[in-house]
Write a protein that binds this ligand. Structure first.
Ligand SMILES: Nc1ncnc2c1ncn2[C@@H]1O[C@H](COP(=O)(O)OP(=O)(O)O)[C@@H](O)[C@H]1O
Ligand SMILES: [Mg+2]
Length: 216
């Protein structure tokens, strides 16, 4: 499913990640836990091949970092949902547009796109906000839009980079509850966080990262 084999990521002779081996199985909940600067975001970027390893290999479903071509990358992206701390939404568009955006490129007919978008908005509890502009939403609501967008393609894994990083306690709990529900329905989750309290809410495996090295 997602596998990193002896992965190194080196920038200007400085190793950011050292000899990382991880195997995430279908439906697993995995936390990537470590302080700021440990390399968590870099590892997540490698896991969906936004960047490529300096040494070692990343495998996502049938795609292999040492063989994948540029033309295949969009197909890989449809299998992997990504949620970031800083949302990356289109602020002047509404919720529906933001969630449907990535689906247009897949050639799916409008009727099906609409059905799928309404379905994922219901899952994240935002059906009533479907025509609201992104900039009018709270942080917690914006993060739920991100999750709906990531789920629209029915990915087998969700990569979440500090998904509660910019949220207050209550919204953070809501997002973690939602992630737990998504995981229980069968989607694997790899979630990076530096917050100790975030790794105890959903049962899962904890990978500790420190200065680019895996501790456990
Ligand atoms: N594009 C980049 N250029 C230079 N340094 C980078 C780059 N990306 C990451 N780093 C460095 O790699 C280390 C790990 O960063 P990052 O993966 O963002 O850690 P984390 O997400 O755990 O806070 C940090 O020291 C950071 O400064
Ligand atoms: Mg980070």
């Amino acid at each position: 499913m997602i596998e990193l084999c002896n992965v190194w990521y080196i920038l200007e002779k400085h190793p950011i990640l050292e000899d990382i081996t991880i195997h995430i199985k279908p439906g697993e909940m995995v936390y990537l836990f470590g302080p700021s600067g440990a390399g968590k975001s870099t590892l997540l970027r490698l896991a969906h091949m936004e960047i490529m390893p300096t040494r070692g290999m990343v495998r996502v479903a049938d795609f292999n970092s040492s063989r994948i071509t540029k033309d295949e990358i969009p197909f890989l992206r449809r299998k992997v949902g990504v949620v970031f701390q800083d949302f990356k939404l289109l602020p002047d568009r509404d919720v529906f547009d933001n969630v449907s955006f990535a689906l247009w490129a897949t050639g799916v007919p409008y009727r099906k796109i609409k059905k799928r978008v309404l379905q994922v908005l219901a899952e994240v509890g935002l059906s009533h906000k479907r025509y609201a502009m992104i900039k009018t939403l709270s942080g917690g609501e914006q993060q739920r839009v991100c999750m709906a967008r990531a789920l629209a393609n029915e990915p087998f894994i969700l990569l979440a980079d500090e998904p509660t990083g910019n949220l207050d306690d209550e919204s953070s709990r809501d997002i973690l509850t939602l992630l737990g529900r998504i995981n229980r329905r069968g989607t694997a989750i790899l979630m990076a966080t530096h917050k100790e309290d975030a790794i105890h809410q959903i049962p899962g495996r904890i990978l500790r990262l420190k200065e680019g090295k895996l501790m456990s």
